[in-house]
Design a protein around this ligand. Structure first.
Ligand code: GLN
Length: 200
């Protein structure tokens, strides 16, 4: 299996490490490639869009023309996991909490409204235990860093975990989005779940 990681900025190496570990634990042979230019965005079996700064990643995706390639691949069934800024980039509707500004030109694939920087300054980062039923009984440590919140989802969207009033892990078809950072948790369960989902 060939897993691409969008590699302009953010938690690229951390995701790579987790994919490699997850594949080892699952005894699946995996190749992980950095997606930067158009050619590296095609011929992959799955894509991970890491956290970082969504506006910066969006700008670079457009500069390299990679947004169009990814958008088409998703339409054609490419499985994707976006974490934090990656979730923002997958959302159909994005607003910034402070400025109210709308972020336009995202990949617009997941039917949800995401509010950037939802937890504000004092709580830019925090950790909590999440209940993610598909991963079993043991709680999953959710690490939130200047995270967005998913505040509305469309009908076809499955909510896999929530925190307070908002959603923190969702799936629509083959597209997953988390507002937390599973790549920093030291827990490979979500990456394993995704890899197994891709393999199916
Ligand atoms: N606040 C960032 C953004 O809006 C996301 C933070 C992150 O990915 N850790 O893009």
């Amino acid at each position: 299996m060939k897993v691409g990681i969008l590699a302009y900025q953010g938690g690229v190496d951390e995701h790579r490490y987790m994919v490699v570990e997850a594949c080892k634990e699952l005894s699946i042979s995996c190749e992980v490639v950095n997606v930067v230019e158009k050619h590296s965005a095609s011929n992959i079996d799955a894509l991970i869009i890491p956290g970082g700064e969504s506006t910066t990643i969006l700008k670079l995706m457009k500069r390299f023309g990679v947004d169009e390639v990814i958008r088409k691949s998703i339409e054609n069934g490419l499985p994707v996991m976006g974490t934090c800024a990656g979730a923002i980039l997958l959302a159909k509707r994005v607003k910034d909490l402070k400025t109210g500004r709308v972020l336009q030109g995202t990949l617009e694939t997941l039917d949800m409204l995401v509010i950037r920087n939802f937890y504000g300054r004092q709580r830019e980062s925090f950790e909590i235990d999440l209940d993610i039923q598909v991963l079993g009984e043991k709680p999953f440590r959710g690490i939130f860093i200047r995270s967005p919140a998913i505040v509305e989802v469309g009908q076809g969207v499955e909510v896999m975990a929530r925190y307070g009033e908002s959603y923190v892990l969702v799936r629509q078809g083959k597209v997953f989005a988390s507002t937390f950072h599973p790549e920093l948790s030291g827990d490979t369960r979500l990456h394993k779940y995704f890899i197994e989902f891709v393999k199916r």
